[in-house]
Design a protein around this ligand. Structure first.
Ligand SMILES: CNc1nc2c(CCNC[C@]34C[C@H]5C[C@H](C[C@H](C5)C3)C4)c3nc(N)[nH]c(=O)c3cc2[nH]1
Length: 378
């Protein structure tokens, strides 16, 4: 792989396809994002339990920042005075930020949502806040975000058609307001977010209306909110034909390794999920042999590492007995090693899919990967 070259503008190239799957890269001033890409989550300006150098070394090209948390602490204007999120957290690659709406609706107390935006009380100090589409884009700009998300309304499933339709249309109006607020920022991008719940005609209407706005990229939102995987995959299949092939597709909040493989097969290019980092902090390891719970007593005297063939030291150089001891003792190093292992595994999986798509053998790669998991589970 030649050193990723940066570029003055935001450019997405598809280098190979395999069915609906694509592999390529997004070129931005701060670097290249190889796709399909998994984006580690940096909640409060940190990928929890990781040094930024480690995150880079394990193959992540882009991380997620967190508008909701950072606007409350340390504050968007203060972050700008401190030189922006890249300098603050020492991450010099691209950063993608969500718009904050999803979080307000899931985290803060006393919140309401209307045409003008979301009104809520901070879960940190109870102060009242209001954020509309324009302010969300302004905050993401103050943070220094390279890929900014529109403010939207994500409805949890199951839900009535009327509620899903209302939220989808509001999100479309907010997409237009965000596009105006974002303006022209060469080298940066604002993505729209397709809504519409589990209702195909609403999904298609949302995708088409957003495509008409000619945005730099398109997220599929309103999924991974409690629906079965089959429903999530059906909605991807419904939306995909109505999104431009030359623009990146980002499936928000997804997912498990199987979710990633199934979604890449259906044309998704970018993912974010707290799963690998959160699971790592709870003693769960994702490996080529499947998922392993290191709390389980069966590991107490197992001198084998998680994966002797891994390029990651956390997977190759530490015994399961030691990891079991660290997890049982609630030792910080346990969280560090398992987070490191999990993010490395996710990046390994994405690199494997990128290569498989390039070789036209994604289906075989998925079959081999699932066979490995099954063998260990047995
Ligand atoms: C899990 N399922 C799911 N997530 C979703 C998210 C958040 C994506 N992750 C960003 C986020 C969210 C939290 C946790 C970390 C850091 C920061 C705060 C940004 C990732 C979503 N975000 C928006 N704007 N809209 C959605 O429809 C949506 C649907 C989701 N379905």
């Amino acid at each position: 792989m030649t050193e990723p070259l940066s570029s003055e503008t935001f450019a997405f190239s598809v280098d190979a396809t395999d069915g609906a799957a694509r592999t390529g890269a997004i070129s931005m001033p701060r670097g290249k994002i190889r796709t399909p890409a998994f984006m580690p989550v940096g909640t409060a300006a940190t990928v929890k339990a990781m040094y930024p150098e480690q995150v880079r070394d394990l193959g992540a090209d882009v991380v997620l920042g967190n508008t909701y948390h950072l606007m409350l602490r340390p504050g968007a204007e203060r972050m700008a005075r401190l030189g922006g999120l890249h300098r603050f957290m020492r991450w010099d690659g691209p950063i993608l930020t969500d718009s904050g709406g999803f979080q307000v609706m899931s985290l803060s107390a006393l919140r309401k949502l209307d045409e003008q935006g979301v009104t809520f009380r901070s879960h940190i100090d109870g102060t009242a806040h209001h954020m509309g589409p324009e302010r969300s884009i302004e905050i993401q700009g103050l943070l220094g975000s390279d890929i900014q998300m529109q403010l939207d309304e994500c409805v949890r499933l199951p839900a009535e058609r009327a509620e899903i339709e209302k939220a989808m249309r509001l999100s479309l109006r907010w997409a237009e307001r965000c596009r105006v607020a974002f303006g022209e920022q060469p080298g940066k991008a604002m993505f729209g977010i397709v809504q519409g719940g589990d209702i195909p005609d609403l999904r298609v209407e949302s995708a088409r209306a957003l495509t008409d706005l000619d945005l730099k990229g398109y997220a599929i939102g309103g999924l991974a909110v409690g629906e079965p995987q089959a429903v999530m995959l059906a909605m991807i299949e419904t939306v995909e034909p109505h999104l431009p092939t030359a623009k990146p597709r980002y499936l928000m909040g997804v997912g498990t390794p199987d979710d990633l493989m199934q979604s890449v097969s259906r044309g998704i290019d970018m993912f974010d999920c707290v799963m690998p980092t959160r699971a790592g902090r709870h003693g769960l390891a994702y490996t080529r042999h499947g998922r392993i719970n290191l709390r389980n007593a069966r590991h107490a005297e197992d001198t084998a590492p998680l994966d002797e063939a891994s390029s990651c030291s956390a997977a190759r150089d530490y015994s399961r007995a030691y990891l079991h001891h660290l997890v049982r003792s609630d030792e910080i190093l346990g969280m560090m090693l398992l987070t490191w292992n999990n993010l490395a595994y996710y990046q390994e999986l994405m690199a494997g899919m990128r290569a498989a798509i390039g070789a036209g053998r994604l289906a075989e790669f998925i079959g081999e990967t699932k066979q490995e998991w099954a063998r260990a589970e047995a």
